[in-house]
Design a protein. Structure first.
Length: 392
């Protein structure tokens, strides 16, 4: 059901790509977007007491820009940087509401997505008066595709898995002269994925600011989910620079069916290991088989543990967050958003995981920070899991 392994390659090094200073610039960009405000950092004191930890802090990204997920942070920042580069101007001169007037015709941005990243790119393109073409892998929900189309983008569901859909989007972009805005990298394509991951630092900057104001203590444990690792790497890179690597323990969680980060972190040399095949998991936003080489070094250097879990663990997280103890705040979390709370719950409530809990140092002094990266982005599936007590 769950498997946690120590990262033997940990050295606590900071990354020059993900720093407090860069995060400040990123957040200033996001601040000038209409509708920007920090998403809530929610404390769940009753759940914390039940699980035997001091505090559980949930950064709830289901409120981000009204999009029910965090991805617009990366997409908007990357598009802003791309437009600044295209127009040969400074990033500070990019105003989302007026930038289209500086172009003879709209640019076309394209990407591959499991859902939320494509929504973020489509939303940012729409905000900037540009066009977007989004490709989704085989098995993607029609509801997710329609959500993207409502933002004015063209959305195409392919007949191949996520990683092959990325290759298809890249090929189509090259053939049509479009700009690819992808959140994973490969040789010769690192700049834009770096900008996307840097965009995610806004939520970690907000979270530490909010945790300080709450007064429950800074995190001793940080749990992050990973698909290709773009969000996890950006957030962790910032936190290591901000708090110091030795001040907290980090656990990176993935679905068992798409455990490329886990396999990379437990390989002999710590080299990237790709996972192929159908990648069948209810956590579609994490159904990625090839780690992002831009952020993998951050995860390799600064993660303490890697975990892989079955879909049932995410389902537990969804139910616990959506049906809280009386007095705690209700949080709507989708399949990819709830994996870490599900993991925490299983570790702390299941006596068979006692040794894992001891290894992670989860005790009455622990302040656990979790990022709920999405709400019910697929309402029908959310209801099926939470109401139907099914895992998929």
């Amino acid at each position: 059901m769950l498997h946690v392994a120590q990262n033997n390659f940990y050295n606590g090094q900071t990354s020059p790509l993900f720093t407090v200073e860069i995060a400040k610039q990123v957040r200033e960009f996001h601040r000038q977007i209409e509708g920007y405000q920090p998403t809530p950092l929610v404390s769940l004191p009753l759940l914390a007491k039940r699980l035997g930890v001091k505090s559980i802090l949930i950064k709830d990204e289901s409120y981000r820009f009204g999009l029910n997920a965090y991805k617009a942070l990366g997409g908007s920042y990357a598009l802003g940087r791309l437009l600044a580069k295209y127009l040969k101007t400074d990033m500070t001169d990019i105003d989302l509401t007026t930038v289209s007037s500086k172009l003879d015709k709209p640019l076309v941005f394209t990407t591959a997505t499991a859902g939320n990243h494509g929504t973020g790119v489509a939303w940012a393109a729409h905000k900037m008066g540009q066009k977007a073409v989004v490709y989704m892998p085989k098995g993607s929900s029609v509801a997710s595709a329609e959500r993207i189309r409502r933002l004015g983008a063209e959305c195409i569901i392919t007949d191949v898995n996520y990683d092959d859909t990325v290759r298809l989007a890249n090929k189509t972009a090259e053939e049509n002269g479009w700009m690819l805005v992808q959140d994973t990298a490969w040789d010769g394509y690192e700049e834009i994925p770096t900008w996307i991951s840097q965009g995610y630092m806004t939520m970690s900057d907000e979270a530490i600011e909010q945790a300080t104001a709450l007064g429950e203590g800074l995190p001793t444990h940080i749990m992050l989910q990973a698909g290709v690792g773009s969000m996890a790497g950006g957030v962790l890179g910032y936190l290591v620079d901000k708090l110091g690597a030795g001040s907290f323990q980090t656990i990176i969680a993935e679905p068992t069916a798409a455990d490329c980060i886990f396999r990379s972190g437990t390989s002999v040399q710590g080299d990237i290991v790709n996972v192929t095949g159908e990648l069948n998991t209810v956590m579609t936003g994490l159904a990625c088989g090839e780690p992002n080489p831009v952020t993998w070094p951050v995860l390799k250097d600064s993660s303490n543990y890697f975990a892989r879990v079955d879909d049932s663990v995410s389902a537990v997280g969804m139910r616990v967050l959506g049906n809280p103890l009386l007095g705690d705040t209700r949080i709507i979390s989708g399949e990819s958003g709830a994996i870490t709370l599900g993991l925490l719950y299983k570790i702390c409530s299941d006596t068979s995981n006692h040794d894992v809990r001891e290894k992670l140092g989860l005790n009455q002094d622990s302040v656990v920070m979790i990022f709920n990266t999405e709400g019910d982005t697929n309402p029908a599936r959310y209801r099926n899991i939470v109401w139907g007590c099914q895992n998929n």
